[in-house]
Structures are given as C-alpha cells and as structure tokens.
Design a binder for this molecule. Sequence first.
Ligand code: 5AD
Ligand code: SF4
Length: 449
Amino acid sequence: MTSPVLHDARPDSPRVFIETYGCQMNTYDSSAIGGILIRNGYTRTDVLADADIVLLNTCSVRELAEHKIFSRIGELRSLRRHDQIRAEIIGVCGCMAERLAGALAKGTGRADLVAGVDQYDRLPVMLDELIEKKPRRAPVATGHLDHMHYVAPPEAYPTNNSHLVTIHKGCDYRCTYCIVPETRGPQREKTPEAIIAEIEGIVGAGGAEVTLLGQNVTAYKSPELDFAGLLRRVAEIDGLDRIRFLTGHPCDMDEPLIQAIADLETVCPWLHIPAQSGSNRVLKRMKRFYTSETYLDLVATARRMIPDVTFSGDFIVGFPGETRDDFLRTLELVREVRYDQTFNFKYSARPGTPAARLEDDVSLEEKKARLAELIALQDDVWTELAADEIGRTRWVAVEGKARRPEGAVKARTLNNRKVLLKDCDAVTGDVIEVRITGCESTTFIGILV
Ligand code: 5AD
Ligand code: SF4
C-alpha cells in the first residue's frame, strides 16, 4: 500500500510499522493512523525490522484474539531484547487498548503506549513525548468522543481496487454477546459531506470502487439521510463504478433500502447480513430483535427485488443455553438461505457483556463439533451454488495479479464472487466479461469471452 506524501518527513523521521488485527474497520483505522502520523512528519514502513515504532491495531471480539496480542507483544519485546528489531516503542491501539488499557500499560509484558479507538489524533503528541522524555510509565489515552473525528486519506491499493470508507463508528445495538459497544462506543456518524468528499478524493486518485464500512452501516442516520439516502447520494458521484457495504443488521434492511440497492446500478448485489443463529429462542437471548422467519422473509424479498443477489453471514455456535435442537435450526437456516459464505465462530464469553452472566453451558467439545458441522454444511451449500455457475458469463472487476499461478489475475464478480483468470493480461481496475469454467475451493476459474 502506498501512502501519499502529505507533508515532508522531518529529517529524523521515525519509521512506523502498523500491524492490523480484526475487522475491516481496523484496516481503515490503520490507514487513518498512517495518514495522521505522515502528516506529522513520521514515515510508514512495511518492514518490521526497519521500524522505530511498532503499533498493533488490535481486536477484542473473542478471547483468542486478545491472547494472540499478548503473545505478540511478548514476542516483539523478545526480538527487541535480542536486537532483532530496533523499535524502541511497541504500542497498542484499537479495541483491546480501549478494553484492557490497565493490563497493557502495566506488568512485565507491557506495551510502551496505549491509544484507544477515539484517540488517534493524539498519537503524534504521545509519540513525540515518548521519544523525547522516555517516561517510565506507558502513556495511555482511552475513552470515547461524541463525534467521528478522522478521515483516512485516499490511498492507492495496488492489489485490491476496493477502497474502504468508514461511514460511522461504534454501535447502538446491544447484542448480548458483543463487546463492540464497549470498545468502539456509541454510534457516531461521519457527515454525508465528509463521506462524499472522501469518496471524491478516492475517485480523483483513480479509484472506481468503494466499500462503505461500519459496525452496522444499515443503521446510518445523519439529520438529512438514512442509509438508503446515503447510497443514493454516493451513487451520484461521477466516476464511481461500484459500491459495496458491510455489515448490515437484518432489522435495518427494510424495503426502501432493498429498493435503493435494486435501483442503483452501481450498488453491488451482495448482502452481508449476519444471522448469528437460526433459533428464535437463542436470537431472543442474543437480543437480535428478529426471528428466523422474518430473516428468511428479508432474504426472499431481496432475492425477488435484486437480480443475482448473493448473501454472506456470520454465525455463533454454542451460545449459552443453545441446545442441539437450537443448533439444528441454525443448520436449517443455512440450508434455506444458501449463503455464498458464512463466517462461523464458537461463542466466546466477553467480560462485562450481558451474555457473560449466563452460564456458558455448552462444552468446548460440543462447540467445536457444532462448528465443524456448520462448516461442513456450508461447504456443501457452496459446492451446489458453484456447480450452478459453471458455463455462465459474468462481468468481473480485476483486482490485481494473483500470487499463483504466474500470469494469472484475480477478479471479483459484481455479486462478490472471486474469479481467477489464468494467462490474462488485464490490469487492476479493468472490468471484463468472462466465462466461468470451473471452481477451486471458493474461487471460480474463468476465461475471457
Ligand atoms: N463470541 C463469538 N463470536 C462473536 N462475534 C461477536 N461477538 C462474539 C463472541 N462474543 C462474531 C459475530 C459477529 C462477528 C464479527 O463476530 O458473529 O457478527
Ligand atoms: Fe474486533 Fe469488533 Fe473491534 Fe472489529 S470492532 S476489531 S471485530 S472487536
């Protein structure tokens, strides 16, 4: 990824390496952090060994994600002790910084700096002070602001032509398993003007596709526009060919929104709408505010109104109190919806969430077994969907060179299916028509028509 040079780097410009974990909101935030630091005379490097500062942009969504970060800090500190990296500062940003600032700033495996998700504007000052004064205590900045305050500069993505644009921060839903309202705070919107200006910047820099991002983008609400209105406004931007968005909450996907997606040619027909469970009993305990029946109605309406629409979703298995029968309802839902892709997780109790007070009574073995069963079913669903695609022609947008084989490029259909084109000289950004000739795992093989 190349960042535009916004300001001259200072002579001693410290080099910053940012390692990103978790969801795409964090990917966007890392580029925002990069932009903030570059504007303040820092340089971004992609080489860990060259970095003066390493920032880990972290995730708290499951316990395992947090364990990984504690080990990574330990590993980086050990590399530093053995002079294998030169970084004097190992900092932690993101969701974990917000949730575990105390533990991260103290103790033997500690970080040298902790900056929560609303504190990135303060990073240059915090880093300057750390470099100059070398305090004994790690500086810590956490807490939520009442507004959305930064914009990631448009960047050129040589390998992927979809540019992420976060449109709001935080979440006002209170799903009982989820730590995000605590780590990312309440929902705060970027203004439509700021979103439009950011996308115009991307288009001006040669981008043709954006992915609008948020914890629940479909709940976007500025004084003038809801999400359907925002989509209509974004679709008017000259030179913008494709608009994707994630994540959607089933409760916000009303007909006016589905109608907007159907009407707007540049909005891609792909909906990521996590169901989490197919059991109404579990959905109620998760506080998701829909039933499997209303979810299926939504899917049917979208299929009727949006040609070629595809679906993806998230599922949690082993939520407290989930019986075998509840789990069978999840399998039924997956069979019925026929998702292109599901992201499946074992329930992980997050301290402080309402669900953490429920007895976690599904054993780890049972959680693992349910996860394996769900993954196997989804594999079967995909195999059937993929077989139906062979022989069809599709428009795809080229996203760059494939890692393997030599001479191949990777591309994506409008409805978000990956296609590999062997021996193809199309370049990133080209939109071409291909015939689907086969499928390897989740990637189709195609040839130019
Ligand atoms: N345990 C397991 N999975 C979770 N997710 C969110 N919180 C938890 C948790 N406590 C999953 C949900 C969400 C995705 C981003 O992560 O499926 O949609
Ligand atoms: Fe992880 Fe959620 Fe934070 Fe994204 S918002 S980094 S998924 S905890």
